[in-house]
Design a protein around this ligand. Structure first.
Ligand SMILES: *Cc1c(COP(=O)(O)O)cnc(C)c1O
Length: 362
């Protein structure tokens, strides 16, 4: 017999984002990387947490350099932050496409450079040199061409030369040192300019990875930049979802699509209002835990679009309307990611649009 749902209870999951923790994480990295400066990477809507509130919080903390991936993200962020800070667009954009938003294009190859130089305007740009990602950035041949003919830059002002680390979260990987060496060699061939190197994990690799401007993203949001070692960052996200119903089922009964979970004893099942449409990944089926009254309860059966189910047989009495914690202490984004076979970045950037969002310290 299902217990009735409680009328009048707001049956919506609540995502709580601690802007104070994000600002504190940025300040920790600023102190760590000084005298180099530290940017805030707020692409993908601030890793799913809200580029506008996160951007405002970082600006208030003293951050003056921001990175986004898309032109549209940059335009929106400029409207939020006002004219002061640098906003760079990692994927680049066509000359003039930023209108009067004064965004800084990242030039990812000689064709990008040629297009912006041909526009004839003096403007700051960031030149991206590939040192081991083979994704974006000038390759070795393009670097030689530019080194031989620096006049290709025309009126463009090299605000930074940057590269991006491929394996910074694996400190012992030899590619880290190789990228540092390739980057130093590339800079020596280019006109003198400030340079930008480390992502979050790179900030923990030591002095060879220091630069004029580090570019942390995930660490600001509490993802561990030093996997395998204790997380030096503060947690910024909690997600709690309401129990819609609690029901008792007999031994032998199954739960959910595919009937993948079968009760081996009389069991009590709590059905909770979140699902893969909210970014609670289907890969968590049968693998996650919710925290109920401070104790873990196993997620059972498949994650469906709007609902998930927990075995609360051994939990203290629980009732419709009570909240079960899906992300937070005891199930951090990194821990949830581990159970889903992914990384904390994907857990955060998947967070859905149907949650109520509460910002602390806004
Ligand atoms: C996403 C990104 C970053 C930030 O990386 P994190 O691992 O989240 O710190 C820095 N630089 C570039 C080029 C990126 O694409």
């Amino acid at each position: 017999m299902p217990f009735p749902s409680r009328a009048g209870v707001a049956m919506q999951a609540v995502l709580t984002i601690d802007l104070g923790a994000i600002a504190a994480n940025w300040a920790m990295l600023r102190d760590r990387m000084a005298p180099g400066l530290v940017a805030g990477v707020v692409k993908a809507d601030g890793y799913g947490l809200g580029a506008a509130p996160v951007g405002r919080a970082l600006l208030a903390a003293g951050c003056r350099h921001f990175f986004v991936a898309h032109l549209a993200e940059g335009m929106a962020l400029r409207a939020v932050l006002g004219p002061g800070p640098m906003i760079a667009v990692l994927n680049g954009f066509a000359p003039g496409a930023d209108e009067d938003a004064a965004l800084v294009p990242v030039l990812n190859g000689l064709p990008d450079l040629a297009a912006h130089a041909a526009a004839g305007r003096r403007r700051p740009v960031i030149l991206h040199v590939d040192t081991g990602m083979s994704r974006l950035g000038l390759d070795a041949r393009e670097l030689e061409l530019l080194a031989a003919e620096p006049g290709r830059l025309g009126p463009l002002e090299l605000r930074y030369v940057m590269t991006h680390l491929a394996v910074a979260d694996t400190p012992a990987h030899p590619l880290n040192a190789a990228q540092a060496a390739r980057f130093a060699a590339a800079r020596a061939r280019l006109p003198a300019a400030p340079f930008s190197f480390a992502n979050s994990s790179g900030c923990f690799l030591g002095p060879d990875f220091a630069s004029d401007l580090s570019r942390p993203g995930c660490a600001l949001y509490g993802v561990n930049p030093t996997p395998g070692a204790p997380n030096p960052m503060r947690q910024a996200v909690t997600l709690a979802a309401p129990i819609l119903q609690v029901r008792d089922i007999p031994a032998g009964e199954t739960v959910g699509y595919g009937a993948t979970w079968r009760a081996t004893r009389p069991s009590r099942i709590a059905t909770v209002a979140a699902g893969y449409a909210d970014g609670y990944l289907r890969a968590l089926s049968g693998r996650a835990v919710g925290i109920l009254a401070g104790r873990p309860a196993p997620l059972i059966g498949r994650v469906s679009m709007d609902l998930i189910t927990f075995d609360v047989t051994d939990a203290p009495a629980c009732h419709p309307g009570e909240m079960i914690q899906l992300i937070g202490p005891g199930n951090t984004p990194d821990e949830v990611a581990e159970r889903a076979g992914t990384i904390g970045y994907e857990i955060l950037t998947s967070l859905g649009a149907r949650y109520r969002r509460d910002y602390l310290g806004a």
